[in-house]
Design a protein around this ligand. Structure first.
Ligand code: SF4
Ligand SMILES: [Zn+2]
Ligand SMILES: [Zn+2]
Length: 313
């Protein structure tokens, strides 16, 4: 068994990109220090920010909430709370809401729960049934993701949040970068970064990603070592999407060429500011208000209202 490169105790992880090994305690210190560095270098938090964490009950957002709690101790004027969206997928039995509530109790932070059923009139089971009736081939995850993001932004704003934390990690960012290339979606590439800050508008709560430099396997270990309550129920509507293909491709690249994800994200970070200049000086992205709900959109209707119209709700 490998030994910890810091203290010589038994190691629980060897970082593939650097060959450094850590025992549990040294790993936790290393992991939290790197997240703090991500926050500091990218200036993600102001001392008086009111921070909402979009908490799904999974390991990523749960780890993000846990670390934000430890950071918020050092910023006594800041406020921290969590928002969970209950999409209403019956197979998950509300387990993600229970796990999120347990974590918030453990961290001693406020927890707000909103459901698709109450906010949209339909839960995910009903949305899927409606799309089948309509012979609509849009994937359930497209509906779910758009509605969840829209609801999270609106609720975070209504609750007074100045920042919205998401659990996106290094692997997610690398996969998203590759997907944007494959789809030739460079305007979306321009909006990538540790803070989704291209849109400066009071209606939009800036989203920050403290785990953006942290690989998924390390978040997994962090959640286990911290014994975070997590939801184990998966969703039956998960589709074989391009992201899943990217996960497989990414895992292969990372195993054969450790450090690939870091390099992809570095490339994205160099490219995004150049693309932002291009798009802000051009006419491609014009942000206005949705004629139905008033939320931000580059078209007449925001994506959530477009999908609501499709469903007839
Ligand atoms: S797998 Fe898709 S439908 Fe299910 S909760 Fe996740 S995004 Fe929603
Ligand atoms: Zn150690
Ligand atoms: Zn709208």
């Amino acid at each position: 068994m490998a030994t910890c490169s810091k203290c010589g105790k038994n190691a629980v992880i060897s970082l593939s990109s650097t060959k450094i090994s850590f025992c549990p305690s040294c790993f936790l210190t290393f992991f939290e220090k790197r997240v703090r560095k991500t926050m500091r270098v990218n200036n993600l938090l102001k001392p008086d920010d009111s921070v909402a964490v979009g908490l799904s009950g999974g390991k990523d957002s749960s780890a993000a909430a846990t670390i934000m709690k430890s950071i918020s101790f050092k910023a006594p004027k800041s406020k921290l709370f969590a928002i969970t969206i209950n999409e209403g997928v019956s197979a998950r039995k509300g387990e993600h809401v229970k796990a999120s509530a347990a974590l918030c109790e453990m961290l001693d932070i406020e927890h707000h729960v909103f459901s698709f059923k109450e906010e949209l009139g339909l839960d995910m089971d009903e949305i899927v049934a409606r799309t089948r009736e309509l012979k609509d081939r849009t994937s359930p995850c497209s509906y779910c993701g758009v509605f969840r993001r829209s609801l999270l932004n609106r609720k975070a704003r209504e609750l007074g949040a100045t920042k919205l934390v998401t659990g996106h990690h290094l692997d997610d960012e690398a996969q998203t970068g590759l997907m944007n290339f494959i789809r030739a979606d460079l305007s979306r590439m321009a909006r990538m970064g540790s803070e989704v800050g291209m849109i400066k508008d009071p209606n939009f709560v800036p989203r920050i990603k403290p785990l953006r430099d942290s690989p998924e396997n390390e978040i997994d270990l962090y959640a286990k070592l911290k014994e975070l309550p997590l939801c184990e129920e998966s969703c039956e509507y998960a589709t074989d999407s391009l992201r899943n293909t990217m996960k497989e491709v990414g895992a292969l690249l990372e195993s054969k060429h450790p450090g690939t994800f870091y390099q992809i994200v570095r490339s994205v970070d160099e490219l995004a500011p150049i693309l932002r200049k291009h798009y802000s000086s051009g006419t491609e992205v014009k942000i206005g208000s949705c004629s139905q709900c008033g939320e931000l959109t580059s078209g007449e209707l925001c994506k959530a209202c477009e999908l609501r119209e499709k469903l007839g709700i």
